[in-house]
Design a binder for this molecule. Structure first.
Ligand code: AMP
Length: 194
């Protein structure tokens, strides 16, 4: 299989992070999680981390300008040209989606597929309350889900218009969901092979 450029979308608590690790391992692409990059910056106390930590705690979104810069820099690295990428947590806004499209066009590495890991709001709320992470206050969870519906859910249509969207049912056990994701990825890759 040639190097793939994948995006994974899904509400917080959809299992996106866990499934992303498995996809990256299976297909050899680089897992780029903007949430992980920001958490690392916070832990290291870098300028970025200091700017981002309060926004993250409150469940808000770090500015498009900052996020677009971080992702542009990461995607330009040679490991991604060689191995492909799975973007997890980016894009989250229309501006980020437009920027991603132009970054990938400049690199001559067009997007292969956007996976939408679909888990209903009630279920993700239940899961997040159960995991009890320190940034998972009820207020922050509510805010993140609201921002997802307002800013990120419209991107499903954006990818759909470009013929790049595969929606996968995220309910069920981890292996079952992974199987569905693999089917979506492999049917797309098969289609693009000459
Ligand atoms: P995540 O682990 O993807 O849920 O990200 C954790 C937090 O990092 C989010 O709640 C946001 O505050 C911030 N974040 C991560 N990715 C982005 C992004 N693409 N745009 C804006 N904020 C982001």
């Amino acid at each position: 299989m040639s190097a793939m450029r994948l995006v994974i979308l899904g509400r917080q608590g959809s299992g996106k992070g866990t499934q992303s690790v498995r996809i990256a391992e299976t297909y050899g692409c680089i897992h780029v999680s903007t949430g992980d990059m920001l958490r690392a910056a916070v832990a290291e106390g870098t300028e970025l981390g200091m700017a981002a930590s309060a926004v993250m705690e409150s469940g808000g979104l770090v500015s498009d300008e900052i996020m677009n810069g971080i992702v542009a820099e990461r995607l330009a690295k040679p490991d991604i040209a060689a191995q492909g990428v799975l973007l997890d947590g980016f894009p989250r806004t229309a501006d980020q989606a437009d920027t991603l499209e132009s970054i990938l066009a400049d690199l001559d590495q067009p997007l292969t597929l956007a996976l939408n890991l679909d888990v209903p709001v009630d279920e993700v709320t239940r899961r997040m309350m159960a995991r009890g992470r320190s940034d998972d206050t009820e207020e922050a969870i509510r805010r993140r889900l609201q921002l997802y519906e307002e800013q990120t859910a419209p991107l499903l249509e954006w990818f759909g218009r470009r013929g790049l969207l595969a929606t996968v049912d995220g309910l069920g056990d981890e292996d079952e969901v992974f199987q569905r994701l693999q089917e979506a990825i492999e049917s797309t890759n098969g289609r693009s092979t000459p």
